[in-house]
Ligand binder design. Structure first.
Ligand SMILES: C[C@@](CO)(OP(=O)(O)O)[C@H](O)COP(=O)(O)OP(=O)(O)OC[C@H]1O[C@@H](n2ccc(N)nc2=O)[C@H](O)[C@@H]1O
Ligand SMILES: Nc1ncnc2c1ncn2[C@@H]1O[C@H](COP(=O)(O)OP(=O)(O)O)[C@@H](O)[C@H]1O
Length: 283
């Protein structure tokens, strides 16, 4: 129950979802060096858990799984700092399941979930569009998680149109290596001039991930995982990797392939979501 205006409420437990990039085309480059993209973000029912407790301490504390990051570098703390003022405080506990730096948007999702949760608990009253703009300062993938809908994306990923994607199950494999986004975007051989496509063309098929060949060349384990998964479906890289995925029409089919994933890799099966569970959990 609310405490009558001071902004302290019952603890709030939220699933911070992962995403896949169902395709990723690089269509150009901005004057500041950032790449212009076209992508489809598919939200997943697999994610991290974030617990929020509002208090009047005037500061934000973070507990739970340690990512080896100083708290001030954690995107959860950085998102909270954008909304904190006066004696507003919070204790946040994070349980990570999304592999970090895997192209699954875990850090961005955590930042978005934090913006949505604290805007609510602290009664900041920002609109969703305002939170998206604030989130973009933390990372290009934050706005889609704030908007909370699977989406067609352009720009650097912040120009979003919600999409209704057909129900699908995904097998995601983590090949065990860590791929730096900056390193891939600075590779000279990266394709940077893909012609823009329409949403209808995406649904007809024929899209790809323009980062995939560059990542596979630099990371042999990614190439191996793509090749192995291609035995069971259309395998593709998400974001700038390192995770690869294939889609299935049933959970049973996806789990049958998960059971055969070679022991040196980890994987999970997830259902595609059109709407983020965070939006459903908040009034
Ligand atoms: C391409 C995507 C698709 O989801 O890859 P993943 O990070 O999910 O793998 C993202 O939009 C990634 O966005 P984000 O995660 O915010 O990128 P950052 O870590 O900030 O980017 C690191 C560096 O990559 C380059 N960069 C990033 C995004 C972009 N559209 N163009 C770029 O050139 C910039 O040099 C930047 O300094
Ligand atoms: N709460 C967080 N969860 C995951 N990564 C975080 C978090 N806060 C900061 N980071 C940093 O953000 C970077 C990107 O992580 P993440 O969003 O999981 O991957 P990706 O951009 O590949 O989808 C990592 O280098 C990580 O150190």
């Amino acid at each position: 129950m609310a405490d009558g205006g001071a902004g302290v409420t019952e603890p709030l437990k939220l699933l911070s979802p992962a995403k896949l990039n169902l395709f990723l085309h690089i269509t150009g480059r901005r004057a500041d060096g950032y790449h212009q993209l076209q992508s489809v973000f598919q939200l997943l029912d697999y994610g991290d858990t974030l617990d929020f407790e509002a208090n009047h301490s005037g500061s934000v504390t973070l507990a739970g799984d340690d990512l080896g990051l100083a708290p001030e570098h954690n995107l959860i703390t950085r998102a909270a700092a954008l909304l904190q003022s006066g004696d507003r405080g919070a204790h946040i506990r994070v349980h990570k399941r999304i592999p970090t730096g895997g192209g699954l948007g875990g850090g961005s999702s955590n930042a978005a979930t934090t913006l949505l949760a604290l805007n609510h608990l602290w009664r900041r009253g920002h609109s969703n569009a305002e939170l998206q703009r604030m989130g973009l300062r933390l990372g290009a993938d934050v706005p889609v998680f704030v908007a909370g809908h699977s989406a067609w994306a352009e720009g650097v990923g912040e120009q979003l149109s919600p999409l209704e994607l057909p129900p699908r199950w995904y097998l995601v494999i983590h090949p065990g290596c860590h791929v730096g986004t900056g390193e891939i975007f600075s590779d000279r051989q990266l394709t940077r001039d893909s012609p823009p496509i329409t949403i209808a063309a995406f649904f007809r098929g024929g899209s790809r991930n323009d980062c995939q060949d560059t990542v596979a060349k630099r990371y042999p384990e990614v190439a191996k995982a793509l090749k192995w998964l291609a035995n069971f479906g259309n395998s593709r890289l998400t974001g700038t990797g390192a995770c690869v995925f294939a889609e299935f029409s049933s959970e049973t089919e996806a789990r049958a392939v998960l059971n055969r994933v070679p022991a040196q890799w980890t994987g999970f099966v997830a259902r595609g979501l059109n709407r983020s569970p965070v939006l459903d959990a908040l009034p």
